[in-house]
Every structure is written in structure tokens, then in C-alpha cells.
Design a protein around this ligand. Structure first.
Ligand code: SF4
Ligand code: MG
Length: 465
């Protein structure tokens, strides 16, 4: 999901809508905005679909006045999968003794089932099937005097990954979980401030990037300034390495480096580790593009657009049902026949998850007359599900969980299939010595199976780590 918030500006909702539009790649199912205005109080609008289709009309934007606002774009990873109800769309709102608060959450709460059971037993009435609603109920039960303190109380009970943007009447609040699994950045916007999942959304509203919110940090921002503190026990950070590979936008800055440059470095590393003689390097657009450029630069094999992407389609993976995803490949990608005919092609993609996309693409490219197809993948085999906010399927649907690399190659029907090594990936993201196996610098659970937070709900329901 993507989250964004601003304070201290005129017509906050316009900025929030723009910010969410720049974060649309993080979630395309639905979006919501909450604002506060001294005269009309809290207002909210939550809609299915793209930001540009919902939050551009004057009719909607007029209903969201005020100098402070937050928003969320949704990508369902838990809750009612495939059939999100509008009540599951964030931000969520709660009215407390000291006033209202709205909250938008990115990540997955790994003990949400247990928390929900406990809260329901004690009388909480849930409105949605979303994990994130637990935070509001935990806040309601807290005995603290003000909202930021209640939020701290609530988040100390929550396990898993969370980046949160929240607001009261006057305060914009940003929090990252102690491991800092999901991103969150701070920007200066005119006389006010902005919080965003990624820096690309700061760019679009004309905000200046100040810094990342640190793992375990909570910032409370008013029009006059920022207070920062660290309410959780300090732990070594475990930022999601897959944000570098796929999830974030290439024009964002992560950990002081451009995501684009990192992906290009991943492609270079991939070429060093897995060279092959061929005529051209083609990306599977768009997610494979920067890595393909890197592969081409390193290998000296020309880069070419052998597959053309229809720009009017979204991310296929993020469509929640299998049937849409199957259809999606053809609607989204087409082979550039004239270019690939008779050629030996290196196809570079960011990841192989179920193998559905990869298989279809291979068929299309062989149909078009390619002589050879060599798959090169910019991440290690995805053998484990993510429980921290990226929608990987159950283990039995993950190709790499059920097959060896050789079996995968056969299943995909390609001439060769190679993945970047985990160490190579660490080097490419800037860890010169590779992965520190005694305390990995990132979360890489979907590749290694080493989960930095025990996914207790999943373990309870039978998942074997
Ligand atoms: Fe990221 Fe993978 Fe960890 Fe999920 S499991 S947070 S996708 S690195
Ligand atoms: Mg892709």
C-alpha cells in the first residue's frame, strides 16, 4: 500500500490526491482521503479504483477541505482478498475522548487475528475485515491522555510490519515499526510538511525531501515543527529488500540511493554471475527494465525493447485474482515481432513468483520466432511467502517452493534460467561484503525463509517456517 499525509498547507486534500497518484503503483484497488477543517471537522472519501478517477473531480475534492489530510492507496494483502468492501478501504477513523484521529497503514500485522479475538472478547465492534483496524481499537482501550501516546500504546502491541501516517485535528503523525520493514519519508512542503511512502510522491507535490523516518521512530508534526521519539525497543533494522527490486518506483530514493541505480547495479551483478552468449537483452517491462539496462551495460550485449507494454494496464501481479492475472499478461504485454525474429534473447525480469507471467511471455516470444530464450531474474528464487505487506501467494503456488531451478527452467520452457544470488543482490543494494548471515541487513524472508518477525497468526493456522 501507499500512504501520504500533509499538514500546514492550503487545501491539503489536493496535495494528498497528487501524492497518492504518485504512489499508485503501491496499490490500485482503492484509495481514500481524510481531512480536517476547523469549521466542518473531519471529512473522508473512500473509493474503489484509481486516484485519478476518483480524486480529481471538484465535486469530491470540495468535500475535503482543510489544512491537514492523509490518504491511502490499497493493495489487499490480507482481509477480504479479491472482494474488498468499501469498509476495508483506509484511512480508518476513530473518535476518542480527546477528539478524533484517522490512520493509514502500510504493511501487515502478523498477530492481527490474535489481537482481533482479544479485542472482540472485550467488546470492540469491528467495522471492517482489515488488520489495520486493530490499531484504532487498541487506541480506544488505551488509558493515555493524548492521541500520539495512545497510538504508541497500541503499536507496542502490534507485531509485524507497519508504516503509519495518522492525523488528529492539528497533528500529522508518522511511525515506522522497529524493524523499519516498509518505507516512510519526510518532506518540507511550503510552510508545512509531508509524509510519504516514497520520495517520488514528494517530487510530484513540490516538497523537498528531508529524510527517512527511522525504524522505530515516531514523528509528531504540527504546523510549527516536528517532535521525534523512539517508543519501541531498539532492534537492528530489516528493511524490505524487495522494495529495491520491485516494489518502489525507480525515481524514488531509498537508503540514500536512487532505486533506478540500484536496479541497474542488480542487472550488472546478474550479468557477472550469469553470463550467456546472445544477440540482445530485453526487459519484461516495466519492472525488469532498469535491471535489463544494467545487464546490457555489463555484458556489452545490446539492449532492445523486444516486448512492448500497453501503458493503459496496471501491474498484473497486483490484481488480486488468478483469472484476471492470467488474462492480464496478453492485455499488457506484446512481443515486438520484427525485432525478436531469429534472435537469441536474454529476457530480464525482476522476479518469478507463480511463473504465470514468465511462461506466457516465453510462449509469445517463441511464437514470434525467437531462436533462443534465456531468462535472467533480478532476484533470487521466491520460495517463501511474504507476511509483511507484499502479496506473495501461499507456498504451494510459489514455483521456487515446489521445484528445483532445473525443474523451473523446464516448466517455463526456456533455454536457460538463472537468478541473481542472495549475496549478489546484497552487493547490488550497496552492501559491499554481501549478506551478513548472522544478522542480515535486510528482510529477505521471501528468498531465504528467515523471517525477522515470527508470523504468529500464520504459524497458529499451520504455516511451517
Ligand atoms: Fe520484503 Fe520479501 Fe521481506 Fe516481504 S518477505 S518484507 S517482500 S523482503
Ligand atoms: Mg513485471
Amino acid at each position: 500500500c501507499g500512504i501520504f499525509g500533509v499538514v500546514g498547507v492550503t487545501d491539503a486534500a489536493n496535495f494528498v490526491a497528487l501524492g497518492l497518484h504518485a504512489l499508485q503503483h503501491r496499490g490500485q484497488e482503492a484509495g481514500g482521503i481524510v481531512t480536517h477543517d476547523a469549521e466542518v471537522g473531519f471529512q473522508s472519501a473512500r473509493r474503489f479504483g484509481y486516484v485519478r478517477d476518483n480524486f480529481t473531480s471538484q465535486k469530491v475534492m470540495e468535500t475535503l477541505p482543510g489544512p491537514i489530510g492523509i490518504g491511502h492507496v490499497r493493495y489487499s494483502t490480507s482481509g477480504s482478498k479479491g472482494q474488498t468492501a468499501i469498509r476495508d478501504v483506509q484511512p480508518f477513523f476513530g473518535e476518542f475522548a480527546m477528539g478524533g484521529a484517522a490512520i493509514a497503514h502500510n504493511g501487515n500485522i502478523t498477530n492481527a487475528n490474535a489481537l482481533r479475538r482479544e479485542l472482540i472478547e472485550r467488546g470492540s465492534i469491528f467495522q471492517s475485515s482489515s488488520d489495520s483496524e486493530c490499531i484504532i481499537h487498541l487506541m480506544a482501550r488505551s488509558l493515555q491522555r493524548n492521541i500520539p501516546e495512545r497510538m504508541e500504546d497500541a503499536l507496542r502491541r502490534v507485531e509485524g510490519a507497519f508504516s503509519v501516517v495518522a492525523m488528529t485535528r492539528t497533528k500529522l503523525i508518522g511511525v515506522r515499526d522497529p524493524l523499519g520493514v516498509r518505507p516512510l519519508v519526510l518532506g518540507k512542503l511550503g510552510d508545512g510538511y509531508a509524509l510519504s511512502s516514497e520520495t517520488c510522491a514528494l517530487d510530484i507535490v513540490g516538497a523537498e525531501f528531508i529524510r527517512e523516518i527511522e525504524p522505530g521512530e515516531m514523528v509528531v508534526i504540527t504546523a510549527s515543527g516536528i517532535q521525534s521519539h523512539f517508543p519501541f525497543r531498539r532492534q537492528p533494522s530489516k528493511f524490505c529488500i524487495f522494495e529495491h527490486v520491485y516494489f518502489s518506483r525507480p525515481d524514488s530514493i531509498l537508503g540514500g540511493r536512487s532505486v533506478y541505480e540500484t536496479r541497474e547495479a542488480i542487472g550488472r551483478e546478474l550479468a557477472k554471475e550469469n553470463p550467456v552468449d546472445a544477440d540482445m537483452v530485453c526487459p519484461v517491462p516495466d519492472s525488469g527494465t532498469p535491471a535489463a539496462i544494467g545487464y546490457s551495460l555489463q555484458s556489452g550485449i545490446p539492449y532492445a525493447m523486444g516486448i512492448i507494454r500497453n501503458q493503459y494496464m496496471g501491474r498484473t501481479f497486483i490484481e488480486p485474482t488468478e483469472s484476471i492475472r492470467n488474462m492480464g499478461v496478453r492485455l499488457k504485454l506484446n512481443v515486438n515481432r520484427a525485432l525478436v525474429k531469429g534472435k537469441r534473447i536474454i529476457l530480464v525480469d525482476d522476479s518469478v513468483v507463480r511463473g504465470t507471467t514468465s511462461r506466457k511471455i516465453k510462449e509469445m516470444i517463441l511464437d514470434a520466432g525467437a531462436a533462443e530464450v534465456h531468462f535472467r531474474i533480478a532476484s533470487p528464487p521466491t520460495a517463501w511467502p511474504c507476511f509483511y505487506g507484499v502479496d506473495t501467494p501461499d507456498r504451494d503456488k510459489l514455483l521456487a517452493a515446489t521445484m528445483t531451478e532445473d525443474e523451473m527452467r523446464e516448466h517455463l520452457g526456456v533455454d536457460s534460467l538463472k537468478f541473481i544470488s542472495l549475496d549478489g543482490l546484497y552487493r547490488a543494494v550497496g552492501e559491499a561484503k554481501g549478506r551478513n548471515n548472522s544478522c542480515p541487513q535486510y528482510c529477505d524472508a521471501c528468498f531465504s525463509g528467515e523471517y525477522p518477525v515470527i508470523p504468529s497468526d500464520k504459524v497458529e493456522s499451520g504455516f511451517v517456517m
